[in-house]
Design a protein around this ligand. Structure first.
Ligand SMILES: Cc1ncc(COP(=O)(O)O)c(C=O)c1O
Length: 367
């Protein structure tokens, strides 16, 4: 049997990206965001069907900007899931607001809408719905939209992991709520090294977001400032990479789905591991996530054979940075048993079958 060294994740940058950056650098451009950034924004807007796309320096700041633009300020509360990358609640903390944690659905790892409803207080200014691994809530996105309409509280979609994922009604994730946020950090389906994007169909909100990222300037390049803003801008070098990555997106979307299907097929009925619900007709799994009953044992077994894995996020309320009480059985269980398997788009079918053969060996002999 051939053996491989297989990392859990690798970014994928090709000659197209390298040449695009080289060509740009030779052209004597200004480096800061300009025409290529606009083209990258247009490509994302076209792909997702958004009226507006605003790219920024990362997918944490984009969440902070979304919250700011929705009126969140110090002392307010924002409802967030207890299972997510820590950037979600941290983006709220940056504003001096308080993230209020609620547990998730065990099938989709998205926020439980019934618990979200119970967490609403007069101080609640937004709900940040994380679309975990491109999934949408089993209760349906409409349940969140109804909650938003009943309470007047806007929904911000943290779609960091969701480029290429849609709701069953065909709307791309990020576009059902007031505003949606993507990340282009290195492990994402497309990367610009660091980077984030906001999508919205709301003209006024888009205007606010554009001003917020550019020092509150009243017009392109001037020094007239009617509002406070910051510098959350992108660069043309990142746009060079992003444009080339976007050209490869559809292939990657299809490949991610095929990889997920192959893992499911190979690990069907293997004791000790199980999958969550993933609607492959509409959504694109960013990572291959599973539940492993004896996670540590499986991780060691794979590591000894050159195969990388990564523990899924621990429950945020238990992180030292937060350390808040409460009962969150589902996120606690994911923090104990959730495991990401090798997930790069560039994995060959042979590599995936090899990983699965090692997992089968562990299941039969190694547990
Ligand atoms: C759900 C979620 N939200 C926010 C972020 C933050 O994005 P960035 O790393 O671009 O700041 C990430 C990144 O991994 C994420 O997975």
């Amino acid at each position: 049997m051939i053996t491989y060294d297989i990392p859990q994740m690798e970014p994928w940058i090709g000659d197209e990206e390298r040449n695009a950056v080289n060509d740009y650098m030779r052209s004597g451009g200004w480096l800061t965001e300009f025409k290529l950034t606009k083209r990258f924004e247009d490509m994302i807007a076209e792909y997702t069907g958004a009226k507006h796309c605003i790219v920024v320096n990362n997918g944490t700041i984009s969440l902070t900007m979304a919250a700011l633009a929705c009126g969140v300020s110090a002392g307010d509360e924002v409802i967030v899931p207890n299972y997510t990358m820590i950037a979600t609640p941290n983006s709220i903390k940056l504003l001096g607001a308080t993230p209020v944690f609620v547990d998730i659905e065990p099938s989709t790892l998205c926020m439980d809408v019934h618990l979200a409803k119970k967490a609403v207080t007069p101080k609640t200014k937004a709900i940040m719905l994380v679309l975990a691994n491109g999934r949408y809530p089993e209760a349906g996105i409409d349940a969140f939209m109804e909650l938003s309409q009943e309470t007047g509280i806007p929904v911000i979609e943290d779609a960091a992991q969701s480029l290429g994922s849609r709701y069953p009604n065909g709307v791309h994730q990020g576009l059902m709520g007031k505003v949606g946020s993507f990340s282009f950090s290195a492990p994402k389906i497309i990367t610009t090294g660091q980077g984030g994007a906001l999508v919205t169909n709301d003209d006024e909100l888009a205007f606010k977001l554009r001003r917020l990222k550019d020092f509150g300037r009243s017009g392109g390049g001037n020094d007239i400032h009617d509002t406070i803003g910051f510098n959350f801008k992108f660069t043309e070098m990142q746009a060079c990479i992003g444009i080339e990555q976007m050209k490869k997106l559809q292939w990657r979307v299809d490949r991610k789905k095929d990889i997920y299907r192959l893992y499911q097929q190979e690990l069907d009925n293997v004791s000790g591991v199980s999958f969550f619900d993933q609607d492959l007709a509409n959504t694109t799994p960013w990572f291959i996530d599973i539940l492993a009953i004896q996670r540590g044992s499986l991780e060691d077994f794979l590591k000894q054979r050159g195969i990388g894995t990564r523990d899924m996020y621990p429950p945020i309320n238990c992180q030292k940075a937060y350390h808040v009480g409460g009962d969150y059985p589902v996120s606690k269980m994911i923090g104990t048993n959730g495991l990401w398997l090798p997930s790069s788009s560039q994995l060959s079918n042979e590599m995936i079958k090899y990983v699965c053969s090692i997992i089968k060996d562990w299941s039969q002999n190694g547990k």
